[in-house]
Design a protein around this ligand. Structure first.
Ligand SMILES: Cc1cc2nc3c(=O)[nH]c(=O)nc-3n(C[C@H](O)[C@H](O)[C@H](O)COP(=O)(O)O)c2cc1C
Length: 160
């Protein structure tokens, strides 16, 4: 099976997943989207969705098997990942088959942490900000080897 991979990664988190996929399937990869049977498409999360670039790319794909993947700063929970997957798959037309997906948390820029700290100083009674700060710190260690292992397991189970 010939495979093509396309991803958007601004700070390297989604790239880590993409590199693991490339490594697993190095003998199947093609540079030609046209000749690919399976297209891996990854994105970082921006405003709760894939990037505009990936939205556009998804709309150009026809008659392929597709595996969607990505990273996001929030979540750490399957419902949030599923929501991103569901929004992303809206851009895939029905001539394609989505054979699987994988999302995990990805560290965010330190400037975001500084922003939370400032906001906490200004609104010390806002408990949501503390939750956001806690989530930021949790995201710092992702994607980790456990995330990559989970992705590899999902792919192995697809028997490609
Ligand atoms: C401008 C901007 C917007 C973001 N919006 C979201 C968002 O809506 N939801 C989310 O979970 N993470 C959001 N994030 C966090 C990134 O999606 C997350 O850190 C991701 O792992 C980055 O992936 P990358 O390193 O491949 O670029 C945002 C980050 C930036 C810089």
């Amino acid at each position: 099976m010939k495979m093509f991979i396309k991803y958007d990664s601004l700070t390297g988190n989604t790239k880590m997943l993409a590199e693991a996929i490339k490594n697993k399937y190095k003998n199947n990869l093609t540079e030609s989207l046209e000749e690919a049977d399976l297209v891996f498409i990854g994105s970082c999360t921006n405003r709760g969705n894939c990037t505009d670039n990936i939205k556009k790319f998804l709309q150009t794909i026809n008659n392929k098997k597709i595996f969607l993947f990505g990273t996001c700063g929030f979540g750490g929970d399957q419902n949030y990942y599923d929501a991103i997957f569901n929004r992303t798959k809206q851009f895939v037309n029905s001539s394609n088959i989505i054979i699987g997906h994988f999302y995990c948390q990805g560290k965010m820029p330190m400037a975001t942490r500084d922003k939370y700290i400032n906001m906490i100083h200004q609104n010390p009674e806002d408990k949501n900000l503390l939750v956001s700060l806690e989530n930021f710190d949790k995201a710092l260690e992702h994607p980790n080897s456990n995330d990559i292992e989970k992705l590899m397991e999902i792919l192995t189970n697809l028997n490609l």
